[in-house]
Design a protein around this ligand. Structure first.
Ligand code: PGA
Length: 312
């Protein structure tokens, strides 16, 4: 059986519209050319595909079968086309990602690895706090956002991909370093070095202290986790930070995690997009990469001391 794709396309149009003239208009062909394609297809198949009843044409039984095959062939070709377009898009696309300040400690590593796998993609990365990310999502600006908790008041699709434990840190020389299971109430008089209002970490810690009815004394506010670590090291106060921000300091022993009851506060990292947003192939590829591979590239310091804490 010798059939051409053109014959199948013409046949599909005639079968769908049940009319040679309308099919010819739809295909921008003359009616005799349409009839010729159908005649050749019927010769190829060896059976009549249409029959004329009065003024109308109908599919024969063989025609109905052919229509089933015809639609499958065209839809498979469309699918192949979409797949190839997606590959082209992934390899040449642009990607705009916004991440929470705290997530920047690992997001750059993720992007570096992703960009090794897709060297043609142009990436732009914005690092800002939770409040600003929420505004960006409201305005549908970035393709994807990585943050510590889906925002309220904006409709989003959020997928958790990794744990984000918040731990209490102290300088290595602090007297509490050697103690275990310190009750949270012990810190009622303590001064903390904290992130600015609008930080997701800050609001999670505040909620945690409120729920335990322990006052949270915020001595000094800082917009960067790096500055908090230095301040804690210098003895300005204790800190509560994401474990992702202190990998190096734990390794070198410059900061220690205090063993406090009910800590770590267990949070998750989410990859988030505005609900209904149609992701570009590049953004879709990055999202899949984060969900499937992030944990391979991000080492979580294993010294939090506890498995369970309060989830925020
Ligand atoms: P942030 O990030 O504290 O840097 O704002 C954490 C979060 O999004 O909750």
């Amino acid at each position: 059986m010798h059939l051409t794709l053109r014959q199948i396309e013409v046949f599909n149009a005639v079968a769908r519209l049940q009319n040679y003239t309308r099919a010819a208009e739809h295909l921008h062909m003359s009616q005799p050319a349409v009839s010729m394609q159908i005649k050749q297809l019927e010769e190829g198949v060896g059976l009549p595909l249409f029959e004329q009843v009065g003024k109308k044409i109908h599919l024969t039984d063989a025609g109905k079968l052919m229509y089933g095959y015809g639609r499958n062939i065209v839809s498979l070709l469309d699918e192949a086309d979409e797949v190839f377009e997606a590959i082209k898009g992934v390899e040449r696309g642009a990607l705009s990602i916004s991440v929470a300040t705290t997530a920047s400690h690992f997001a750059t590593r993720l992007l570096a690895e992703f960009s090794k796998q897709h060297s043609g993609i142009t990436i732009s990365l914005d690092i800002t706090n939770r409040e600003a990310l929420q505004r960006q999502l409201e305005h549908n600006e970035p393709d994807l956002v990585i943050m510590g908790q889906p925002p309220e008041g904006v409709e989003v699709d959020a997928a958790a991909f990794m744990e984000n434990p918040l731990v209490m840190i102290a300088p290595a020389s602090h007297p509490l370093v050697s103690q275990t299971a310190i009750p949270l109430s012990h810190f009622a008089q303590e001064n903390f070095v904290v992130r600015e209002h609008g930080s997701g970490t800050r609001s999670a810690i505040q909620r945690f202290f409120d729920e335990h009815n322990v006052p949270f004394n915020t001595a000094i506010e800082m917009t960067s986790n790096e500055a908090i670590k230095q301040a804690v090291e210098a003895g300005l106060g204790l800190g509560i930070v994401s474990i992702h921000t202190i990998e190096l300091e734990l390794e070198t022993g410059r900061l220690k995690i205090l063993d406090v009851e009910d800590l770590p506060v267990l949070r998750n990292w989410y990859v988030i997009q505005r609900k209904g947003k149609r992701l570009s192939p590049a953004a879709e590829a990055f999202k899949t990469f984060v969900l499937e591979q992030a944990e391979r590239f991000i080492r979580l310091p294993g010294s939090s001391g506890k498995e369970r804490g309060a989830r925020r």
